[in-house]
Write a protein that binds this ligand. Sequence first.
Ligand code: NAD
Length: 362
Amino acid sequence: MTWHLIPCGPQDPLRVVVVGAGGMGRAWLAAVTASPEAELVGVVDLDLEAARRATADLGRLDLPLGTDVVTLAAEAGAQAVINVTVPAAHHSVTTAALFAGLPVLGEKPAADTMARALSLAAASEASGHLFMVSQSRRWNPHLFALRDMVKELGAIGTLTTDFFRAPHFGGFREEMPYPLLADMAIHAFDSARFLLDADPVAVHCSAYNPKWSWYDGDAAATAVFEMEGDVRYVYNGSWCSPGAETSWNGSWRVSGEKGSALWDGENEPVLVADVRPAERPRSPYSDIAGSLHAFVEALRTGAAPMGEVHENVMSLVMVEASVQSARTGQRVLVDEVLQQAHAAAVRAETRPEVREVLLGRR
Ligand SMILES: NC(=O)c1ccc[n+]([C@@H]2O[C@H](COP(=O)([O-])OP(=O)(O)OC[C@H]3O[C@@H](n4cnc5c(N)ncnc54)[C@H](O)[C@@H]3O)[C@@H](O)[C@H]2O)c1
């Protein structure tokens, strides 16, 4: 798709409002402040005191604050929005911003359900404004190096991620029905698509909550995906696993025709094969700085960035298909999940112009 371009970059920094001043919102405030390509012009949070504390810690008590993105963005002359609210608010905040004429860079997940993510993809088309999802872990230079290795291994049989950590977050994660799958595994699912350059076809997933878990929902899961090209992707993780923790990226293994590649998620990946990967360009920025740079570039040039919502929904569908499989105990076909989500999106849509896009009429 195409979107309205904005002449922005280091000479003319993109004026952005950050919405959501919680833990990750603070990381975004720092990233925008550090970027030569963007300028922070306001902060929005339903909790004005949280916004005030975050701007005070940033040493920017001069910044305008508000509780409504559209109002504050207009007052501050913003050109774009970074949505770092809780997942349940992603759909309403992003839709309001897009239809106020503001492109959006949103934290993962695109939305709290696939249906609402499809609504956002259609809202992006209907409004003509870019909606990009920040999958920060995709911009890791080591992941780029691992992808280069994958290209040299011939046919790929299996890709695996082990993820074992024991964080105590409090807040929304400890109340979600599937915290690991919905809030964390999406990073690995998205990276798996990137590494294999393949989308998911089907999944069988078992989710469970160890008896010592401090989460209400299932904090552990094992999912086996059938990916395009007949590759198996196996995700095995737990968010209540003290001791011998993996990195936040997880621990990866690629098993291919000509050898294997290993990545601990923190250091350079290791190739165990008699081949030499070609040197290809890596991401110039890592983490959310990578997402921000790609967003600015996409607004300036019109080139589709990784994370553009139409591409990104294929990572979110891996979450929804896994949850459906965990609930039913059945192998779940991704196409069926997409069809169900589309039907639900059409039923729930309240904006006529978005509904028309969902129905393929514009
Ligand atoms: N990329 C990563 O590595 C990473 C890490 C942590 C969190 N995240 C994502 O970032 C997002 C935020 O997570 P968090 O940990 O900062 O959550 P949080 O609960 O700490 O903060 C969320 C903030 O959003 C505000 N908010 C909620 N609804 C709002 C609305 N409608 N309008 C304005 N403000 C609203 C809340 O008051 C709160 O201050 C989530 O989508 C999460 O998945 C990503």
